[in-house]
Design a protein around this ligand. Structure first.
Ligand code: MRU
Length: 345
């Protein structure tokens, strides 16, 4: 498990099981979990032990690999049925990030093209491992492209965690920040805490502090005021799904408020995401915005903060319309929201 000591790595394959960081325990404890079955992987995604669109995509692929590699059978059909069942289970964990569905479809396609038990097991695992390595490469490319938009002295607001922890490694929004910082640009990051689950406060800040990248934690409702005072020069966020046809960006709840404030105060609003986060199939109306347990709103770290009897609601994502988005940075370059269709392979 030494990999995690230098460059932060969120997930990897280890001798027939999957190792992940238990993100629920951060920033207080860096603990790794060994997952041995696709059911454990599905639970980890659902309970946000692992989270972030690209990370759950790779977790899904590795979950499918777990479903077949350890199964003892000489019958390819039994393996395929098992794989379909695992795919259904993993698909039902979280509805919004498109990477989950993209990853499952990609692995299933590879599996369908095989003709023997050995080939199926080998190809499914190879594909999952390839996707993990690709993710890091893609993030570094996003970092290279996106860093061209970052100037010396920038004060960058980011929301939620679109860092190494949300991917296999390096990160998307934080990938751009990492690259710019490593290029020697003097930057300060403002991390909004991201209620209700506090990914900004717990994960983003932890990740940046590890690398000594200057970061200040703010509550979500401070962002507009800081923009009004001229203290934020750019906003960079990740995405759970971007609709290719229209350029709508679906990301962690609170992103929309930052985008509206950024537009009002003339601050560039940048979205960093791999092409695997772009939905080339569905239109906005088809996207399910995950509704999570309202206890996430009523409690903070198991301490109840609201009186008994109050109702709460808890949509986990919001939708930023394309007119609020200045740039979308992918591994294939920098695009305007209206140019995304060009990326369709
Ligand atoms: O609910 P989460 O923590 O999985 O939400 C994560 C986000 O919204 C991230 O911003 C998004 O997945 C992009 S991660 C590179």
């Amino acid at each position: 498990m030494s990999k995690a000591c230098s460059e932060l790595r969120t997930i990897w394959w280890d001798r027939g099981s999957v190792i992940i960081i238990d993100q629920r325990l951060l920033p207080h404890k860096l603990k790794y979990l060994r997952l041995k079955s696709y059911v454990e992987v599905a639970k980890a995604i659902k309970n946000m032990v692992i989270r972030g669109a690209p990370a759950i995509g790779v977790a899904a692929a590795m979950g499918l690999a777990l479903a077949v590699v350890n199964l003892k059978t000489n019958n390819r059909e039994i393996l395929m049925n098992r794989l379909e069942k695992a795919a259904d289970t993993i698909r039902s964990t979280r509805p919004t990030a498109v990477n989950l569905f993209w990853a499952i479809d990609r692995v299933m396609e590879v599996a369908r093209e095989t003709s023997s038990v050995e080939e199926l097991k080998k190809k499914v695992l190879e594909e999952a491992l390839k996707m993990a390595e690709e993710d890091i490469e893609v993030n570094k490319m996003i970092g290279e492209h996106g860093s061209k938009l970052i100037e010396d002295g920038d004060r960058i607001l980011t929301h939620c965690n679109a860092g190494a922890l949300a991917t296999v490694g390096y990160g998307t929004a934080l990938g751009i920040i990492r690259t710019a910082y490593r290029q020697g640009k003097k930057i300060t990051v403002y991390a909004s805490e991201t209620r209700p689950r506090l990914q900004g406060a717990k994960l983003t800040v932890w990740e940046l502090l590890r690398e000594h990248i200057p970061v200040k934690l703010i509550t979500d409702n401070m962002a507009a005021f800081l923009m009004q005072r001229g203290e934020i020069s750019k906003v960079i966020v990740g995405a759970d799904r971007i609709i290719a046809k229209t350029g709508h960006v679906i990301n962690k709840i609170g992103t929309l408020s930052h985008a509206i404030a950024a537009k009002y105060y003339g601050v560039p609003f940048i979205v960093a995401a791999p092409v695997s986060s772009i939905d080339f199939k569905n239109v906005l109306e088809e996207v399910v915005i995950e509704e999570r347990d309202v206890r996430e709103v009523l409690y903070i770290d198991n301490v109840r903060i609201a009186p008994k009897g109050v109702e709460a609601i808890n949509p986990a994502f919001d939708i930023t319309p394309p007119e609020l988005v200045s740039y979308i940075v992918t591994e294939r370059g920098i695009f305007k929201p209206s140019e995304l269709r060009e990326l369709c392979k």
